[in-house]
Design a protein. Structure first.
Length: 380
């Protein structure tokens, strides 16, 4: 009988070897959240190096930019002085989140000084004012909606929860933009009649989940109430979800699991248990196989196909959290934990593939996974 901790330790060591120099130590460092997370300092160092390389790399770049006139052809850095690197705005945002989390978990990280210098350079009041001015321009109402919004609120939440002098300065600098994006959620969601059930950026469940985390962490009760109401409106009556159709060819989210990961935040445990049994009725028997089997990635130099590495990582974090919300002895809990192990192993092995199309973003997904606590116990 192999316990989950031992299995995930093996996964972590494989992943660490993939991103760290030969001979790097694999000692597990203590981390703030409860439960077993298995994020190691060696992994943290490797992930930090990947993201520090891209944080100030302006090109190549894929801006989400509507050109209003001939004078509106601008460089990424001129439009987004805080978040111009890492290929696109949202990847830069969650790269900053990742660095903050790693620094918070591992204050003595070898890259700690470089991280603080990078954050000091980017997360300034002037830079955030420029970011806000961009959002006030015409044709910006759907800019990064809601994927980039969600990651920004996750960054703001991370900073607000950290008692550190630099973090307080960065948090205050970001606060006005966080307020703007929270107000954009409040404005948009009542007008969004139907959820977007895609496996890529506009996924509604993901945008709601991270925003709900932020609202609860910051005690934004009106925003929280709206997010809960919209979640129930969009998803409460779902049943027999066709998850056997997953994955899509360029997915980095599972629409089914992302929805379930949202609803375990929204519903009380017993209600969630009943809801999940209707939503994914075969999951306790390991069905559908397509949902619990890691995705196959055939070309990690293709910017869309490499999304499937991210899918394996995000499926794993959803499976961990959904399993934790289920009662001991539930067959679905056991099936999800086992599938999470397989997905984690598949995704973590390729965070550092050697190609920028994956390396500019996958480390953030890996850190979110590895800092998501596993269920305390499960039967094998």
């Amino acid at each position: 009988m192999i316990v989950l901790r031992a299995a995930l330790t093996a996964v972590s060591m494989v992943a660490g070897a993939a991103i760290c120099p030969a001979g790097a130590g694999m000692e597990v460092a203590p981390a703030p959240p409860p439960g077993e997370t298995m994020l190691t300092i060696a992994q943290a160092s490797g992930f930090a190096r990947l993201t520090l390389k891209c944080l100030t790399r302006e090109f190549p770049n894929k801006p989400d930019h509507v050109i209003n006139d001939t004078g509106d052809v601008r460089s990424p850095r001129s439009m987004h002085p805080a978040f111009y690197g890492c290929f696109d705005w949202h990847s830069s945002v969650h790269g900053h989140w990742m660095l903050v989390r790693l620094l918070r978990f591992f204050p003595e990280l070898p890259e700690a000084g470089d991280i603080r210098r990078a954050l000091n350079a980017n997360l300034t009041r002037d830079n955030i004012r420029t970011e806000m001015a961009y959002l006030d321009e015409p044709n910006r109402q759907s800019f990064e909606r809601t994927y980039g919004w969600a990651w920004f609120l996750k960054l703001a939440e991370e900073l607000r929860s950290w008692d550190d002098p630099d973090a307080r300065l960065w948090s205050e600098a970001l606060r006005p933009l966080a307020d703007v994006l929270a107000s954009r959620y409040a404005d948009f969601l009542p007008r969004q009649t139907y959820p977007i059930r895609t496996g890529v950026h506009p996924n509604t469940a993901f945008g709601l989940a991270f925003a709900l985390d932020y609202a609860r962490a910051t005690k934004a009760s009106r925003l929280e109430s709206l997010l809960v109401e919209r979640s129930r409106k969009y998803f409460l009556d779902d049943r027999d979800y066709p998850s056997g159709w997953e994955p899509g060819g360029e997915d980095f989210f599972s629409p089914a699991l992302m929805e379930a990961d949202l609803m375990r935040r929204v519903l009380q445990p017993r209600e969630f248990h009943r809801w999940l049994s209707r939503f994914l009725p075969g999951i306790g028997e390991g069905n559908p196989r397509a949902l619990i089997t890691p995705a196959l990635v055939t070309d990690r130099t293709d910017p869309k196909l490499v999304h499937l590495d991210g899918l394996n990582l995000s499926r794993a974090w959803c499976m961990r959290s959904i399993a934790s919300a289920l009662p001991q002895g539930d067959p679905a809990r056991r099936a999800l934990v086992q599938a999470a192990e397989a997905h984690a192993a598949a995704g973590l092995a390729y965070v550092a593939s050697g190609d920028y199309v994956g390396e500019h973003w996958l480390a953030s997904f890996a850190v979110y996974l590895l800092s998501t606590p596993m269920p305390e116990k499960h039967e094998r």
